[in-house]
Design a protein around this ligand. Structure first.
Ligand code: AMP
Length: 189
């Protein structure tokens, strides 16, 4: 299955993605993880991206699109993947559409995890990542609202969007995710 996992920072996407890839048996393609790794390794992508991550801003599209394209071409992604943190804006979504269209490998669905803003702030401030300082958290949330939130509408229009209530225990949220996956499977039959 080829799935996009959408949701604001702090919604619990990371935790759920890990369970989801295990359940589906596909690799998790997390652009945030790939960028943090690149920075750690001081690779060219890392050098180019670091200042954007530290500022809570999006890394420029050409860098990200190339990174993801190379990743999706790897063997382990040939039977599907979970995209976590990508696409992040309409330009990336268009690039992804083109890539998938050329290969005749359409998306199966876009899962959008939702919780209210107060809950997100509460969760984020307890996390302790470098980019979790309050002013950077605000910036990342802002970027999400301006650039990423419009993707929900983009995918809704394509009949691919599935909203998921992200409140409650990890298990409760994961149960909702599983029932959405069942629905997607049924729609394919
Ligand atoms: P994340 O781990 O998904 O919250 O991403 C952490 C940071 O990596 C973001 O704040 C951005 O600076 C950068 N980043 C991750 N994914 C993307 C993307 N698809 N496009 C641009 N920047 C990204």
């Amino acid at each position: 299955m080829r799935i996009i996992f959408l949701g604001p920072p702090g919604v619990g996407k990371g935790t759920q993605s890990q369970r989801l890839v295990e359940y589906l048996g596909v690799p998790q393609v997390s652009t945030g993880d790939m960028l943090r790794q690149a920075i750690h390794e001081h690779s060219e992508v890392g050098e180019l991206s670091e200042k954007f991550l530290n500022a809570g801003k999006l890394v420029p599209d050409p860098i990200i699109i190339k990174l993801v394209t190379q990743r999706l071409a790897q063997q382990d992604a040939s039977h599907g993947y979970l995209l976590d943190g990508y696409p992040r804006n309409l330009g990336q979504a268009a690039a992804l559409d083109e890539y998938l269209h050329e290969r005749e490998t359409p998306l199966d669905g876009v899962l959008a995890l939702q919780v209210d803003q107060e809950e997100i702030v509460r969760r984020l401030t307890g996390r302790g990542r470098d980019d979790d300082r309050p002013e950077i958290v605000r910036e990342r949330f802002d970027q999400y609202l301006r650039q990423t939130a419009p993707l929900a509408e983009y995918y809704r229009q394509r009949g691919l969007l599935y909203m998921i209530d992200g409140t409650g225990t990890t298990d409760a949220v994961f149960d909702r995710i599983k029932s959405v996956l069942e629905k997607i499977r049924r729609n394919h039959q």
